[in-house]
Design a protein around this ligand. Sequence first.
Ligand SMILES: [Zn+2]
Length: 214
Amino acid sequence: MWGGGQPYLPKVHNNEKKKSMCSVMEVCHLRTGRWEQKPTTGNPPLGVNGYAASAIGREIFYFGGWCRHDDCYHNSLYSFNVDTFNWKELSPTTSHHGPMMKYHCDMIAIKVNGEDYLIVIGGYGPSFNNTPKQPGAQYSGSKTNEINFYKLSTGQWISPTVTGDRPPPIHNFTLTSINNSSAILFGGNTANGDSSNVYILNFIDTSVVSVLLV
Ligand SMILES: [Zn+2]
């Protein structure tokens, strides 16, 4: 377990104290139920609040998050290796490409034709000074229904084609894998308030078919 809002964490972009406090991983040993704080190496992500995380094998991936000061949100992607405890920045925070800088989105891992992808959906972030809008996605206030694929083998952000019942701009929902190529999206906050909708998302190559179930 990593990051989150915590007392005395400096409300700044980056400094030695923030880096020091964020360079710790909380590890729960399932057999004994004991928690242990373990040091990490490399630079941890700056988006410590409301990031999205997903694991593939021995790597945990962290996307986005709020920086804990002003309107500073991130669209960086990091990997964390659970054997070496080392952080690696795969894609930096930038206004030039990728998903918008945001938090309260969610991310899952899928495998299509033997290739690993991370998929980032929805979220909340300021629209000024952000990435170019994704064709086909909607932006309402600070919410979005962007869907971005990140291809791990090439380090590319890919915009898929989306058909079916696409969720509206949404944040604070849950996204859970069903199998290697589909997921379930539940709840969240939209322009119409809190949602209780359930969507099934099917990933086929670099396209998404979304079905509103309930
Ligand atoms: Zn910042």
